[in-house]
Design a binder for this molecule. Sequence first.
Ligand SMILES: Cc1cc2nc3c(=O)[nH]c(=O)nc-3n(C[C@H](O)[C@H](O)[C@H](O)COP(=O)(O)OP(=O)(O)OC[C@H]3O[C@@H](n4cnc5c(N)ncnc54)[C@H](O)[C@@H]3O)c2cc1C
Length: 363
Amino acid sequence: MSDFDIVIVGGGIAGASLGAELADARTTLIIEAEEHCGYHSTGRSAAFWLESYGGHTVAQLTAASRDFLQAPPPAFADRGFLCTRGALHLSREGWAELPHGVGSRRVEGAELERLLPGIRESWRHAVLEPGCADIDVAALHAAYLKRFRQLGGTVATDSRLRAGSWSGDRWTATLENGAAVSAPVLVNAAGAWADSVAEACGVPPLGIAPKRRTMVQLRVGRSGLRDLPLVDDSDGTFYFKGETDRSIWLSPHDEIATDPCDAAPEEIDVATAIDRFEQVVDWPIERVERTWAGLRSFAPDRLPVYGFDSRAPGFFWCAGQGGFGIQTAPAAAALAASVLTGERPDDFIAHIDPAVFSPARFA
Ligand SMILES: Cc1cc2nc3c(=O)[nH]c(=O)nc-3n(C[C@H](O)[C@H](O)[C@H](O)COP(=O)(O)OP(=O)(O)OC[C@H]3O[C@@H](n4cnc5c(N)ncnc54)[C@H](O)[C@@H]3O)c2cc1C
């Protein structure tokens, strides 16, 4: 059996980013069930940074992450991960309301038609959020894993935790491949499987609920779309953004409760996405180029969970990242690491109260 200071279950963005914060001072192992680490939610996102998303508390984590994503330290990456495109929040009546402090301005009439040519008449108002950006998710995730390894961390893929048990002062994790590893701290960064992993360790679940979201890459009879803003509506029924010159990424903003699984899109959700899209712009639809789905996992109050479980020694939750796990990763990882180690938080997150994210709030 191999011994570590910390074993992290899950090698998505949550496990990789937290691992990169911890590996410098502690021997850390990431165990990942799949053949490669970004196979589930992290590899299926819509890849945007949108400060207004998720409400005020999540917006704090998103805003605090921006500088790192824009201009990471040279030891981490030699270029940034963001590419600004802006977002247009449409409404038929009234104006979308954004969390306090998020830069935005109202747009209507000719300016709205210029930003979104072919927009149908029923959409009269929009709030422009200029700071919205694309995130190069694959590069960010790879950079976290690279940094983790550089600092001495170990990644074991094809290593699904089957059961965990606490004895003396350590967790022993038994893997499906027959191996066993041990550490005084076990981090649950298993995304949609967070509750299942807790149960496999004899820890009561928190109610982390996976919800399926569908994405469609649509080829349309209109060009010049690559830099189109992210477009959504204030009722939360769709969003789309430019992908190539003549194609977009589109979602029906679905949120379908499911068991944790290798999520796949359903035809009805693809059809719903296209139907809603046709009500926004008059662009002819040429074909569906690609579809996929992924799971966004939410705690009951839709805030992420970072902290030790008061009912199980050494069991640390890093879960419930919902639809914001990429854009919040730098701040979330730094915050979770300071809670885990008990060390002073970095300056860029010092204003964020970690107690808000503690699993103790569900006690
Ligand atoms: C369609 C879609 C669009 C999204 N758009 C955005 C966006 O624009 N911006 C944004 O910030 N976020 C977005 N998100 C959310 C973001 O993708 C997630 O919040 C984030 O990827 C969650 O990361 P994670 O590491 O917790 O989960 P995952 O990436 O799913 O990683 C968890 C890992 O744990 C592993 N695991 C599970 N059980 C075990 C076990 N027993 N043993 C070992 N390993 C295990 C899994 O194999 C998996 O690789 C989107 C999500 C979806 C689905």
